[in-house]
Design a protein around this ligand. Sequence first.
Ligand SMILES: C[S@@+](CC[C@H](N)C(=O)[O-])C[C@H]1O[C@@H](n2cnc3c(N)ncnc32)[C@H](O)[C@@H]1O
Length: 366
Amino acid sequence: MRLKLEGFANGGYATGIINGKIVFVKNALPGETVEIELVQEKKSFMKAVTTKILEPSEYRVEPKCPYYLTCGGCNLQHAKYEYQLKLKQEIFLTTLKKLGKIKVNEIPKIEPSKKQWNYRRRIDFKCKNGKWGFYKKSTNQFTPINECKIADEKINEFISINRCFRNKRVQVDDYNNINTDEMMLNLGLEKPLFYEKDVFTQINREINLKIMRDLFNEVLCLELSNILELFCGIGNFTIPLATKGYKIYAVERDISAISSLKRNINNFGLKNISVIRRNLFEPFKIKGGFDLLILDPPREGAKEVVRWLLKKSIKNIIYISCDLATLSRDLNIIKDKYTIEKIKLYDMFPQTHHVESMAVLKLNKD
Ligand SMILES: C[S@@+](CC[C@H](N)C(=O)[O-])C[C@H]1O[C@@H](n2cnc3c(N)ncnc32)[C@H](O)[C@@H]1O
């Protein structure tokens, strides 16, 4: 079936219309005419894969990865990098409008990643018959691989010389340690932060530092005494902020992340961080008044946190997000109480549709 594609949707799909119904098409770009094969039909939409490109977009490039079609993880590889950034800005605005019912007047700036390949410091590999690989997206079809184009070079070196025995996470730290029990994060402070293997850390070092720079610039503009930081992990933001003297209440659920954080607090000799263990996906209580809330939830977002916020009067919020659908949902819940002052995007995940963002919000006056 032949289809002219007009738009682009969250998830990395180009979109077209058949008989009044929207079709989400994989491996295609807006403006292209393609042959498609329908793979799913629902009441309000259809899903399809591209079988032939009849009229390619001027922004199309040859995917660099030989596993592009069988792996499916890097679903924007067929677009020029600058165009990937433009598509991310567009889907950000449309998702915020559709799911968040929020209209932003200006197109948010996006910080590109200098490393468009080999930027990932952590990869979860599947293993079959001694071969490293991935499951094709949303299936359990195994694709064996020799290298991953977005993995750090050290990770590729590791899988080229080591046989796999089971599914395995391979991670490299800022000092080229691979899968050691203790890993180190270099944030440009007087010493590194420690973290235990398998604990969350941001996967793109350069972008992490840029987010931190922007976060600092925002925090410096505010008059603060107490900061509440939710989903704080090992202290990626907490430790640098606390070294500047801010009093921080740092909240996290993961025990290993908390033990790494406590070790970092001790190493830096900090007395101004209170560590609180909470599951923030369930109703929770945290005592005290705060001038600023920083939150950086996982992909699931922070629905319970924004509900809690409706009962509080925290003046400033900085919401860092890796999922624009849950961010839009959460901002929708507080949109009558808070005004979005700034939004900036970061290309933490080149070659994929994922977008990292930072939204700065202010409590409305009345
Ligand atoms: C996106 S990471 C951010 C961590 C940290 N801000 C950083 O930059 O490294 C999200 C964090 O939320 C934590 N987390 C996940 N689910 C949680 C929950 N239900 N309650 C509290 N923390 C949770 C994870 O352990 C992880 O450390």
